[in-house]
Ligand binder design. Sequence first.
Ligand code: ADP
Ligand code: ADP
Length: 226
Amino acid sequence: MLILSGVSKRYNDTLVLASTDLQVPAGETTVLIGPSGCGKSTLLRLIVGLIQPDTGDITLGGTQLAPSNLLELRQRMGYVIQEGGLFPHLTVRDNVTVMARYLRRDADWISHRLADLAQLVRLPLNLMSRFPAELSGGQCQRVSLMRALMLDPELLLLDEPLGALDPMIRYELQQELKSIFAKLGKTVVMVTHDIAEAAFFGHTLVLMREGRIVQTGPFKALARTP
Ligand code: ADP
Ligand code: ADP
């Protein structure tokens, strides 16, 4: 379980995230939704440890996120952003495996894991030696998901993972992503500003506005409130 207590963030004089409490249940998909600029990406970046909160703390499975254990906790989280964030000068294979090799995981383990993940996200193995610029947008997001899953993280964080795709590809990947989440049973936190997408994915929806969580609950409960 992921727990945020009193987490806040300001940039210069602007409060972008007011003191925020959030409990993300294990094994479910929690969707952060709200208008552009309300602080959704900031909340995700704080959880991944890319930026540090001004106040409060974040704990994952009982371990509090701190500069001293950032690398260890980071390995327990997979992070996918809108444009994939792949390293352009690395092949697909290297993008997916770079962290595992840095951590000196066994080479056989790495190649089996690569093949399993390619099958999971339905990416042909002959694409593994291509560079990101040689892939379609949808394929890049599949690679990004492989990279995020490589170390079998307990928490998967996705920031508008389908936001840059054409409607048809987006629809197809929504269906696939949802079945992948169900199959893996991971704790997922996803950001979207699309209410239909939020309702499709989210066990719990977290509604944000102007740097605050204004409501939390299942879609049906939120839809009922005026
Ligand atoms: P969302 O993901 O909901 O669109 P963000 O978390 O990206 O919102 O941004 C929240 C607010 O914080 C916005 O007003 C944005 O302009 C501001 N912001 C984000 N990153 C920075 C930064 N590095 N420096 C200054 N302001 C920032
Ligand atoms: P989409 O319309 O889905 O974005 P693209 O037009 O980018 O797809 O690519 C269509 C197909 O061509 C994909 O299978 C992609 O992998 C392949 N492709 C794209 N660019 C290259 C390239 N530079 N070299 C080899 N194959 C490529």
